[in-house]
Structures are given as structure tokens and as C-alpha cells.
Design a protein around this ligand. Sequence first.
Ligand SMILES: *Cc1c(COP(=O)(O)O)cnc(C)c1O
Length: 394
Amino acid sequence: MTTHISPDSPDNQLLDLTQHEIQALRTRFNLADAHTHQQQSDSQREIVARLPELWYEAERGLQATAEERFIEAFFTLHRQDTALAKKKTLLSYAASISTMVAGMYLKQQRKSVTLVEPCFDNLYDVLNNMGVPMYPIEESALHDPDRIYSELKRLVRTDALFLVDPNNPTGFTLLQHGRKGFEEVVRFCKDHNKLLVIDFCFASFTLYDEKLARFDIYELLESSGISYLAIEDTGKTWPVQDAKAAMITASDDIREDVYNLHTSVLLNVSPFVLNMLTQYVQDSTRDQLSSVREVLTQNREAIRKAIDGTILEYQEPVAGVSVAWARINHPDLTATELQRLLAEAEVYVLPGRFFYWSQPDRGEAFVRFALARDPQVFSDAMARMREVLDRHAV
Ligand SMILES: *Cc1c(COP(=O)(O)O)cnc(C)c1O
């Protein structure tokens, strides 16, 4: 399969990040999608060896048991005792399905949304395709906890506020300064009667990080009395070939409406997948997520070194998420152009313009790299990329 995309071919007219990611799946060095492509750790390999047993166990057991065990394992790892105790989390096959349910609720209630920018374009696209009116808020409005409240008050004109924490692609999290960031967001939503929607798909990357104490965020949400929807995911954390599960939890006031929309979409997630994922989650609780984090740390170091002294400037994330974000310091090389040059060298990265869903041109200064890759493959990709970057030194 050729990976060269000629400027004249219709292939060049890729309309979203997923279309890029599909191209990248045909490319030797795919650093596009943030799905997990690394190999199994030793203890994960033991889970794979037990798959037939997990299959038959799921076949024999009750669906409800598989669900309860999975949710208990997940929220235990994430230290979300309140979410665990409330027992009202709904499961789905993928975070996008949970986001669609949130979108259906927003549409049904005729709510407009303020969505963070930059963010993964899938969120904007799903909500937009459901007819939800959206307005951007720059992520930088959330950076200083002393200014969050006034910034939100100044900028949010909609019924709902939709945040991604940690953010994809930047790795920014409100946990940067302890509890205060989330507290200020919640205080604003309370005082101004806003529905808070939070995408926590990258939250596992804040765990076991001494700088980021992930507290019981559901306790804050529940005790505040605000309306909220919180989405959680497994897909970006464990190398399980996209056999993933996601979750959505709603505040009590909107829970019934959300439940009724959820049951219009699905009955249940495969008990086998839940049973298998439970093993991965428990394994990560035992090894404090080290098998997940080590691959990312290694590849983060590799990219830092590979782009040092080039036109790319590594953007230090607050949380060690599974993607790296870099600024292009070049007078006229855009992200679109750099993406094309790297794809010619069989290294597929994502151009920043799609992450800036309201102002794509602002994203032309950035590119994103996926880190959840086998370190040897990643290091070969870095060597290839360095050759291209050296040819475009300024
Ligand atoms: C990948 C991702 C999603 C969507 O997950 P799917 O498994 O593709 O449905 C949603 N939110 C964030 C922050 C993501 O990174």
C-alpha cells in the first residue's frame, strides 16, 4: 500500500483526524491515532494466556456481575470512591458512544455548549453532527485557578460547558494546582446554572503521578449539586486491540433522561470484554500503572531528544498523557505541509489544524504524535523524522 499522498489526489482532502488516522494505519510509522499499539507487558501476557478461561467465565456468569466487577475495578484504580458508591454509571462500547448519548441529551434539551479548544475533533464532530450549537473557549482560560471563575463568567454564554481533562492533545489538567481548578469550575457552574460535561478519557495518565493528586472528583460533583455528565474510558490506556469499554455518569437530576437515551442506543457491553478489561485494570492497580506509563515515558524521552535543536519545540504537558504536542518554529512551514513531508518519509503524524475546531489556521503551528507505541518502532520513527526535520532547519 502506497503511503505517498500526492497533492493532486482526492486522498489529500482529508476532512477530519480520523480520516488521517485511517491513512496512518497503512503507513509504516503510524504516530497518528492515540489508540494503544504497544506490546503486552509480562503480566499482561499472562492475561492473554488466560483468555479462554475468561471467555467461559463470562459465558457462565451474569451480565450484571461482569459490569459490577469492571466498574469496581475501574473506579478503585481511579480512586473515585463516590462514583463507585453511587452505582449509577452506564457502560458503552466506546467513548464516542457515551459522547453521543451526551450529545443526544444536549440536543433534546436544546442546550448550547461551550467546548474547550484545542481538543480532539471527534468531540466537536459528534456534537456538531447531532445539531448541538457550539462555541469555543480557549484552554488557557483554565490555566490559572485564580482566574478560572472570572474567565468562565466572562466567556461562557451557553447552557453547558464541555471540558476534556486531561486535554487531548495538550495534556493540560485542572489538577495542576490541586483541587482548586475543579472547585472553581464547579463553583462557576453552580452559581450560573450550567451543565458541566467532562471527558475523562485520558484520566488514567494523571494516576500515580506525585505532582497530580487525583482526588475524588465525583464527590465534589455530587456534593455541589450541579448538573453533570462525566465520561470515562479504557481505550487509550490498555493495549487490548480496541476491545474497550467506556462509561457515562449523570447527576441525579438528569439521570433518568440520560438513562432513557442510553437504552435507546444499547443494552450491554460484551461480558467477555468487561471480564478481560477487569483483569487489565486490576493488573494496573497492582503495578501502579507502570506498564502503561513506562512505554509512554520512554517514548516521550525519545521524541524530546529527537526534536531537540530542530524546528519542532516540545510542549511540556501537565499530565504525562499518551500523545506529544509540538510547536513548529519555522517562518512558512505549516502543520499541513510538515505532515505531508513526514508522510512521504513514512512517518504519519497529525496536523494541528483539526484540533482547533473553531479556528483551524491557529493549529497550523502544531503537530501531534501518538506515544503508545512499541519503543523500538517509535525510536526508528524518530530517526526517520529527524532526517526530514534536519532538511528543514532554519
Ligand atoms: C479517543 C478519545 C475519545 C473517543 O474514544 P473512542 O474510543 O474512539 O470512541 C474521546 N475523548 C478523548 C479525549 C479521546 O482521546
